[in-house]
Design a binder for this molecule. Structure first.
Ligand code: GLN
Length: 188
């Protein structure tokens, strides 16, 4: 079993280290050939508009959509969460996304880079709190009925799952705590 990390832009290297710390075999995905090697995919934080553009120019957008339709497990963090949402409240008009999980998100809803923050989250399935970093994070502004909420922060959903699709509005890869990646790998 191989886990891919979308490696067009953003914080992909730290995700890879974390997955490897859990014993997963990893592949950095930049081409359709790379995609064919993987059984699951992580979409990292970064800049969702840039990722959308690079997904189009690399011709990876549609093959990934097809894999998601065929139930490939996928985990999107921050910008990756935006890419997986059903609708983006303030996306750019040309921004493409997958609609893989029944949530609407608002980009940068927690404010600018300087308003980035860290907090302790209670997470379903974890015994002790998870230290989470939010960096220009998206906010879930609508949640579909079939979406399982795994964590909230001040009444906003920050970690959720629908079938094989998991999303986090924060950056679980930026700590030394690999428990959220472990939750994802349980689904793979
Ligand atoms: N604000 C970024 C976006 O819209 C996401 C920020 C992040 O991934 N840390 O894509």
């Amino acid at each position: 079993m191989k886990v891919g990390i979308l490696a067009l832009q953003g914080a992909f290297a730290v995700h890879e280290e974390m997955l490897q710390s859990l014993g997963a075999e990893t592949v950095q995905v930049r081409t359709t050939q790379d995609l064919e090697l993987v059984d699951a995919l992580v979409m990292p934080g970064g800049e969702s508009t840039t990722m959308s553009h690079l997904l189009t120019t690399s011709q990876l957008f549609d093959p990934i959509a097809e894999r998601i339709n065929n139930a490939m497990p996928v985990f999107g963090t921050c910008a990756g969460m935006i890419l997986l949402a059903k609708s983006i409240a303030d996306g750019r008009p040309d921004q493409r996304f997958y609609g893989a999980i029944d949530i609407d998100v608002q980009r940068n809803a927690y404010g600018r880079q300087v308003e980035s923050f860290e907090t302790e989250l209670q997470v379903a399935g974890l015994q002790t709190p998870f230290h989470a970093m939010f960096i220009r994070a998206p906010q879930v502004v609508r949640l579909g009925g079939d979406v399982e909420v795994l964590s909230t922060h001040e009444d906003k959903v920050v970690l959720a799952r629908q079938g094989p699709v998991m999303v986090a509005s924060f950056h679980p890869e930026l700590t030394s705590d690999n428990r959220i990646h472990s939750l994802f790998l349980q689904e793979v």
